[in-house]
Design a protein around this ligand. Sequence first.
Ligand code: NAD
Length: 369
Amino acid sequence: MTTFNLLLLPGDGIGPEVMGETRRLISWLNENGDDRFEVQEGLVGGSCFDAHGISIQDETVDAAQKADAVLFGAVGGPKWDDVDYDVRPEAGLLRLRKDLELFANLRPAICYPALADASSLKRELVEGLDILIVRELTGGVYFGEPKTITDIGNGQKRAIDTQVYDTYEIERISRVAFDLAKKRRNKVSSSEKRNVMKSGVLWNEVVTQVHAKEFADVELEHVLADNCGMQLVRNPKQYDVIVTDNLFGDMLSDIAAMLTGSLGMLPSASLGAADAKTGKRKSLYEPVHGSAPDIAGQGLANPIAMIGSFAMALRYSLNRVELADRIEAAIASVLDDGLRTADIMQDGMRQVSTSEMGDAIIEALGTEG
Ligand code: NAD
């Protein structure tokens, strides 16, 4: 039996509701599974501001550094719209990303068969879809200097953003992508614009070198980012892992996400550098959605993105791939049975609350386990 240490940061709005269902699933695993999950909890975002006047405390960041994985709900809401910029709810999440040096953002796009008709693409294009976009998160044009708007006279201004990548940044993100591909279908598609951007030329060169030296057993292809966008809506199932920079990753991951329907279904992960001794990476798992103040406290939130984020933690940080598969199968079977939260409700299905969806997933896990 292995003991894993998890830090749970529910946050604001529907964060505590969807985290509550994940916590119940974890308790069920403690009673019925082979491993033990020690759970520590902390405040983040607006709830932390209300209690302590800041959006995250040092001790919470320390706990995040030590945890085997951090599960994060969502932060923010109109209540905190006017608080100082430095202590706004999002600052807590940004500090975690920065202090844990989470440079790799993982956004899976999984299409559960029962929801294939809810996609804007045809059923046969998305049914069974399972792709993973690995986006570089801490470099590139969003952070590069200079970043300015200057008055250049004659009523004209000039805006400059700088796309900049160093070799080490491309090496470490491509290692993450190749490593993950080995746990999946063993294929990486690297996406850039080498035809018009020097950063694309270097990206292509470094990914090719890392592949040849360290991951020759993984299939690698290069695809121009504009073509990748096109292919994602033409034939998304051709991909397994797509690795790309911060800007293209932002767009491609949103395109891929929408292939599969509601925000309430989408998990994500952010990974940091591998520890030199243990090989373990710092990690934070969170749903893609925000705190949804419009539905908070009403039992309407879909907990699947949060529970799916925990499944990702099992798969990518805790090396419990089989258990992750079982949780995803339990989600699929509940959807097959016709249960839907309001956001994914369809004709002829049965609408359930947040906790009823949580109950059903736990029950399905018990049945097939
Ligand atoms: P949102 O993701 O919170 O909500 C967008 C829409 O999707 C809403 O109609 C909401 O009801 C619905 N929705 C979202 N998650 C759902 C779920 N699990 N189940 C059912 N429906 C769901 O985005 P927003 O409305 O733009 O932002 C609300 C707040 O969340 C803002 O304060 C924003 O800053 C914050 N936010 C936080 C994060 C984060 O914590 N990582 C991310 C995005 C937005």
